[in-house]
Design a protein around this ligand. Structure first.
Ligand code: PYC
Length: 311
């Protein structure tokens, strides 16, 4: 299996160039469903240890079903498919440019949740115009045993997010274990109280948002597998912008600088979408870190990876 690894503002992506399963024909959304239903062992082999890690998002390149798209892409992590992924889309753009498959300018990518637009600015910098993002619920409160109340919004940015400004401790990289633990407990409470996205979707990402000395805000983002986003999270910040737009506190076209828990940043802005939704654009940098062939020896007991039984 031929892969190219990169990181986007610190968060890793693995683009799969060849060696993926036959997913038949149909839209990228239909093929993403086939991947999740029929090829869990393949996904595990790429992203679980010992070849992967919980922070890794894989981007399986597939032929697009839409004629105006440069590629189709299905994102998955150690838990399953992601609808969209901002950092991995930037990583994919930089990887396609590294391969000489796209040049400077605008290109379309077909994802399971809709078409996103890539704009390649340079060898290491790209913008993604995301799918329409929106807030579903405002001011949802959960009571976390021993930690108190967390009030936040449930919003869509290509994945589902609970976004709260109630912080269990300072948004400091040194507090990563405490931030992660609190976010896992907030997510559990949301589940227990029956909060979901539309169509009963699991709210699998938690965003803790607070002040920054260098940007408009700093965040900690819990990802589905329990790892945290090293980048400022493209889909999470898209969801945040949808909330700011709904509150009337960020105007269309105004730049928003979002800092991650490790200090990396994205520049974002949005245009109005349909029915109060927004169309966010995320700008960030990525670097290729490896070009590799993954090997799966028949004698390797962990050829399909090590799946954490708690997830
Ligand atoms: O950048 O959208 C993102 C993302 C989601 C999960 C990890 N990164």
């Amino acid at each position: 299996m031929r892969v190219i690894d990169s990181h986007t503002e610190g968060e890793p992506t693995r683009v799969i160039l060849s060696g993926g399963p036959d997913l038949g024909t149909g839209s990228v959304a239909q093929r993403a469903m086939a991947l999740a239903q029929d090829h869990a062992a393949f996904c595990d082999s790429v992203v679980q240890e010992p070849r992967g890690t919980a922070a890794l998002v894989a981007a399986l390149l597939v032929p697009p079903s839409l004629p105006d798209c440069a590629a189709g892409v299905i994102y998955f992590n150690t838990v399953g498919n992601l609808g969209m992924c901002g950092h991995a889309s930037i990583g994919t753009a930089i990887t396609l440019a590294h391969l000489g498959q796209i040049g400077p300018g605008v290109h379309k990518l077909e994802t399971p949740v809709g078409v996103v637009t890539l704009e390649l600015h340079s060898e290491h910098e790209a913008s993604i115009t995301n799918v329409e993002s929106y807030r579903l619920h405002k001011d949802v409160t959960v009571d976390v045993d021993g930690l108190g109340q967390f009030t936040g919004d449930i919003a869509w940015g290509g994945n589902w997010f609970f976004i709260t400004r109630n912080l269990p401790c300072a948004l400091d990289f040194a507090n990563i274990d405490q931030l992660r633990d609190a976010s896992l407990r907030i997510r559990k409470c949301l589940e227990m109280q029956g909060w979901t996205g539309t169509d009963s979707a699991w709210i699998d990402h938690i965003v803790l948002i607070g002040p920054s000395q260098n940007a408009d805000a700093r965040n900690f983002v819990l990802c589905p597998g329990g790892s945290y986003d090293r980048s400022p999270c493209g889909t999470g910040t898209s969801a945040l912008l949808a909330c700011l737009a709904a509150d009337g506190t960020l105007a269309p076209g105004t730049e928003w600088l979002q800092e991650s828990i490790i200090g990396s940043t994205y520049k974002l802005q949005y245009a109005p979408g349909d029915a109060g939704r927004i169309v966010p654009t995320i700008r960030g940098r990525a670097w290729v870190t490896a070009e590799a062939d993954l090997h799966f020896a028949p004698t390797d007991p962990y050829a399909n990876g090590i799946r954490d039984p708690r997830r």
